[in-house]
Design a protein around this ligand. Structure first.
Ligand code: DX5
Ligand code: ZN
Length: 215
């Protein structure tokens, strides 16, 4: 079954713990935490202290998406704050293999993220080292943007790469995912769907999550 990871970027920042708990109650599989530094992306959000603050609000894995320059500098802090999965952008890591090893040394699952302009081929030599590949279907920085349909081909390519190598790596999609685009992502081979506005923008979180999951 496909997993759904609500992004708290679209939650109420004044009541984050409540919104995290509400997502868990509504059937979420992961809580997706979008960390932005105002440098790698043109927006600023949470740091390790926010991750630490929401940690007790849920027993779900915290799926931390680092949209920051020089992520190596902060991996230890996010791991100690309670992250379960830490994903770093290919574009932010000149020594990607080393950064992945560094994440895993902290006892945390490691993910790699590809911006829309970054080809599937860029992760060929690290895919066997990671637990998760995150395909961005918008340019990162903001919630509520439109899904870029050309990314479906990239999802399929990465699914094929993983299957050819016999890997059980998770393939996650982030950006513009709603009940309609989720169908296309699932068909292309994604098994974790991040959704911000399509979850927290709805009144009924349970219904929103199950319509993205498709069951
Ligand atoms: C975008 C973030 C996403 C964002 C998705 O930079 O990485 O996780 O919250 O928001 P929606 O689902 O509204 O596109
Ligand atoms: Zn994200």
């Amino acid at each position: 079954m496909v997993k759904v990871a609500p992004s708290i970027l679209s939650a109420n920042f004044a009541a984050l713990a409540d919104d995290v708990a509400a997502a868990e109650k509504a059937g979420a599989d992961y809580i997706h935490v979008d960390v932005m530094d105002g440098h790698f992306v043109p927006n600023i959000t949470f740091g390790p202290l926010a991750v630490k603050a929401i940690r007790p609000a849920t027993s779900l894995p915290l799926d931390v998406h680092l949209m920051i320059s020089n992520p190596d500098q902060y991996i230890q802090e996010f791991a100690h704050a309670g992250a379960d999965i830490i994903s770093v952008h290919v574009e932010a890591c000149p020594h990607l293999h080393r950064t992945i090893s560094y994440i895993k040394e902290h006892g945390v699952k490691a993910g790699v993220v590809l911006n829309p302009a970054t080809p599937a081929e860029s992760i060929r030599h690290v895919i066997e080292e990671v637990d998760l590949v995150l395909v961005m279907t918008v340019n990162p920085g903001f919630g509520g943007q439109a899904f870029i349909p050309g990314m479906l081909q990239k999802i399929s390519q990465i699914r094929k790469m993983a299957d050819d190598l016999g890997l059980d790596v998770e393939i996650e999609v982030d950006g513009g995912v709603n009940a309609e685009t989720a169908v296309l992502c699932r068909e292309a081979g994604a098994n974790v769907l991040v959704a911000g506005s399509a979850v927290y923008g709805k009144n009924d979180l349970k219904d929103a999550i199950s319509s993205i999951r498709g069951v």
